[in-house]
Design a protein around this ligand. Structure first.
Ligand SMILES: [Mg+2]
Length: 340
């Protein structure tokens, strides 16, 4: 992790030359923009040194479709700015295989196209003698193709998973993600795949390489993918509280899930870094008594996110902590809202 460096203006994003943005839970939720996300990202449009890349673990759609969806929602996204786990999975395959090698695709035609673009031959049957299996999310995946993959893996094929997200967010709620289908093959074969997507390093490494960044900020809503991925590539990270991970997850986060900054929304990008920095100046008095953190106000009220950061910092330094409370009614309400 790089040392915290503050730009002359102190604005968070100005200390970085690239933003590696997660999509779901960070920029949009299903078909809808997260309120304010578009304007927050666009606010950096005046900078000619800042690169913005859209980095997604979902391997089911080609980069063109991802860019199209982002553009429909009002984000300034070209195809070149989209980095998908399908692209990284294909890159990993190409690194391990000879040109033209046959790869069994468990996933969408978009994933098969990526495999072909990488100079390999996508196939859909064990009878085609694949030397590798690549697995990415597709709503069409069923037993027959999993059976083909099981045969290939048991025969010794290389196995690459685009991602291992256990769940996939939909408008109806969380459903089984690619990781759940990977688990089926893991159970059937006793093997483990190479993984392209976050929290594994390849996808973020590809995004860093494409941006040419020397100092990138990873931005996302999940501690166990986006933030852990940032740790894996040694980048700083901003957690936004608009998606999956909650204040409770943050307070009890293990070391490799702890972000550099936390924002209630993406507006944190355009605010002073000290407001969202885990190492920023504290806004409340925090004392630790046994397994309890007690929060007390100062003369100047602190923003809610600053209270959360101060408590998280105390909890990370004191692993025995299980409770947080405050005798101040305003702070007690803030603490209660975290549902610890
Ligand atoms: Mg997300």
């Amino acid at each position: 992790m790089t040392d915290a460096v503050t730009s002359a203006s102190g604005v968070l994003r100005e200390s970085y030359d690239a933003l590696l943005l997660d999509l779901d839970g960070t920029l949009y939720r299903g078909p809808h923009e997260i309120p304010g996300a578009r304007d927050a990202v666009a606010a950096g449009g005046t900078s000619d040194t800042e690169q913005v890349l859209y980095v997604t673990n979902n391997a089911s759609r080609p980069p063109e479709k991802v860019a199209e969806h982002l553009t429909e929602l009002g984000f300034a996204a070209s195809v070149d700015q989209v980095v998908t786990s399908a692209q990284s999975a294909a890159r990993l395959l190409a690194e391990h295989l000879d040109a033209g090698a046959r790869v069994l695709v468990v996933g969408t035609d978009a994933l098969a196209d990526m495999v072909a673009e990488a100079g390999l031959a996508p196939v859909r049957s064990f009878e085609d003698e694949p030397v590798a299996v690549v697995q990415g999310h597709s709503p069409e995946t069923g037993w027959p193709i999993l059976a083909e993959a099981t045969l290939a893996l048991r025969a010794g094929a290389l196995w690459v998973a685009a991602n291992v997200d256990s769940t996939l967010p939909t408008e109806r709620g969380l459903v089984c993600g690619n990781g759940a289908m990977v688990a089926a093959l893991r159970t059937a074969t006793g093997r483990d795949p190479l993984v392209a997507g976050k929290p594994a390093a390849p996808l973020l490494q590809d995004a860093l390489a494409r941006s040419g960044s020397r100092r990138a900020l990873v931005v996302g809503d999940r501690l166990d993918t986006d933030i852990e991925g940032a740790h894996a590539v040694g980048a700083d990270s901003l957690l936004v509280l608009t998606g999956v991970s909650t204040p409770r997850d943050l307070v009890f986060a293990r070391p490799d899930h702890r972000p550099t900054y936390v924002g209630e929304t993406l507006d944190a990008l355009n605010e002073p870094a000290t407001r969202s920095s885990v190492d920023g100046p504290s806004g409340v008095e925090v004392s630790v008594r046994g397994d309890e953190i007690v929060v007390s106000p100062r003369a100047t009220p602190a923003p809610d996110v600053r209270v959360l950061l101060d408590v998280a910092r105390a909890a990370w330094a004191n692993p025995d902590v299980t409770h947080v409370r405050s005798d101040d009614p305003t702070l007690a309400a803030v603490v209660a809202s975290w549902r610890l």
